[in-house]
Design a binder for this molecule. Structure first.
Ligand code: NDP
Length: 479
């Protein structure tokens, strides 16, 4: 028998939690049985809006440890000394699947990290791929629409996907990764993560560097073929949750090496690719990976909903020493991710335990849903700024150095020297024969039912990346 007393949410003891209050032995039930109404009403409110994308997720808490000194590039305190540890939260996800979707589906995986640093939360909201389907936030809602359900059939539509991709050649790099072995990792532990966007570092001297973040799995890359994935899904829809949760419960903590690529600020105008275009990578030969640290996931939260469903990651969460870049998709996500959380969780979503910083939080935002915390300033008369009552004030040391930008305002055609096909071709040429065969057959399977006109348009993109790429897909399609 528990010694803990069951109470109402207002803290009063509950005399009976088994039987409704009725007038007579056979009923009816009385409206005054408030605890009954409260139980039913709470159950009706147990779901919050599901994320429009990345609804199905798996995550854990962990630790980031610095293993190499990069403080010459950034003043971010998280990197200030070798051996320094920072608590963190990771959430992995599929993009298109809803909350109950099967885990082992072919899709890009979200790779979202929150580092609870002493100067506020730093979020890296990337994927398991270094690139993305579109380079401009203007196309984001349309692209996502092609991944979700058709308005009439209420089913996902291969026609919509290939129609959009074939009309958007910049997508080929990401499509190639999606259709390759890395399109169905065996578990979240068996994949890399990438910050994907270009960000900046800035140091104590006020110098800016462009930076890309890489998270390399220490469990090795493992993947499922389409056939293996069908079998897994037939047996369990929760294969990722089972593996990640199980590994951490068993003390087999998954790890990733954290690495960066660094580009001098002035080099951004010299590369044949636009270094701020998320459909491009920076080749390792030009910008080698520099070791930074290691990330380990070692704690399953006691309450999945509290830490993983309530987790709100946003690329807008940066800390002094880390800043944005002109990357057009990043610029859109800076707004849209935080806004998604305001809608999904409420105005003060950052006060929830999963999202609250470990550092002091002093701001002048007022009232609204979930305003359950004190006035941060601790000074009752300082509820606006500037004020004469000792309220929190700005800290100019957090001001990043000026970012050099020039150009006229217009809507630009983003074309660099290398174009949309070189890097997908480089990736294709890296695959061995078996990897290429699986790529061809995965694409052919995904194109099932797509009209020939759309298939032909897409085949031209494969040809442009590498003639052998187009030829292989044609053969797999039986053309
Ligand atoms: P490198 O040979 O130096 O690097 C190749 C990279 O490809 C490695 O990071 C490897 O990851 C990764 N890789 C291997 N198989 C796949 C796959 N199926 N899907 C996605 N990535 C894969 O070459 P470059 O830097 O010159 O890049 C060549 C191509 O490699 C690029 O066009 C790009 O498509 C891809 N790539 C490049 C990355 C970069 O940041 N430069 C990052 C990831 C991919 P790992 O080390 O984990 O095995």
């Amino acid at each position: 028998m528990s010694s803990k007393k069951l109470t109402t949410s207002a803290g009063a003891p509950v005399p009976n939690n088994q039987k409704s209050l009725t007038a007579g032995n056979r009923g009816p039930v009385l409206l005054q049985d408030y605890q009954l109404i409260e139980k039913l009403a709470h159950q009706n409110r147990e779901r919050i809006p599901e994320r429009v994308v990345h609804a199905k997720g798996w995550g854990a808490l962990g630790t980031f440890t610095v293993t190499n000194d990069i403080s010459k590039y950034t003043k971010a305190r998280i990197f200030s000394e070798v051996g320094k540890q920072t608590k963190m939260l990771a959430r992995f996800s599929t993009v298109a699947g809803e909350l109950g979707a099967a885990d082992a589906e072919r899709d890009v995986r979200g790779f979202a990290l929150k580092f609870y640093t002493e100067e506020g939360n730093w979020d890296v909201v990337g994927n398991n791929t270094p690139v993305f389907f579109v380079r401009d936030g203007y196309k984001f809602p349309d692209f996502i629409r092609t991944q979700k359900r058709h308005p009439k059939t209420n089913m996902r539509s291969a026609i919509a996907m290939w129609d959009f991709w074939s009309l958007t050649p910049e997508s080929l790099h990401q499509v190639t990764i999606l259709m390759s072995d890395r399109g169905i990792p065996k578990s979240p532990m068996h994949m890399n993560g990438y910050g994907s966007h270009t960000y900046s570092f800035w140091n104590n001297e006020g110098a800016r560097y462009w930076v890309k973040f890489h998270f390399k799995t220490q469990q090795g890359h493992e993947f499922l073929t389409n056939e293996e994935a069908s079998k897994v899904i037939g047996e369990t829809r929760e294969s990722y949750q089972e593996q990640l949760f199980g590994a951490i419960e068993d003390g087999k903590y998954p790890k990733w090496k954290v690495q960066v690529q660094i580009m001098l600020e002035e080099d951004a105008t010299k590369t044949p690719y636009n270094p701020f275009d998320i459909t491009r990578v920076w080749p390792h030969a030009d910008y080698p990976l520099i070791e930074v640290g290691e990330m380990e996931l070692n704690t399953n939260p006691e309450n999945y909903f509290q830490y993983i469903e309530n987790a709100a990651f946003s690329p807008s969460n940066i800390v002094p020493g880390i800043a944005f870049s002109p990357d057009k998709l990043l610029q859109a996500r800076i707004f849209s991710y935080a806004d998604a959380h305001r809608y999904r969780l409420g105005t003060h979503y950052e006060a929830l335990p999963a999202n609250a910083p470990v550092s002091e939080m002093n701001h002048y935002h007022k009232d609204g849903a979930m305003r359950f915390f004190e006035n941060g300033s601790g000074v009752i008369d300082a509820y606006y700024e500037p004020n004469s009552f000792g309220g929190p004030v700005e800290d100019s040391s957090a001001q990043e150095p000026p970012m050099k930008i020039d150009g006229d305002i217009t809507r630009y055609e983003d074309q660099d020297v290398i174009g949309d096909f070189k890097q997908p071709g480089d990736l294709f040429r890296m695959f061995n024969d078996e990897q290429k065969e699986r790529l061809f057959s995965n694409i052919a399977a995904a194109m099932s039912g797509v009209p020939m006109e759309i298939v032909e348009r897409q085949l031209k993109h494969f040809d442009a990346a590498d003639p052998a790429y187009g030829a292989g897909v044609r053969k797999a399609l039986g053309i």
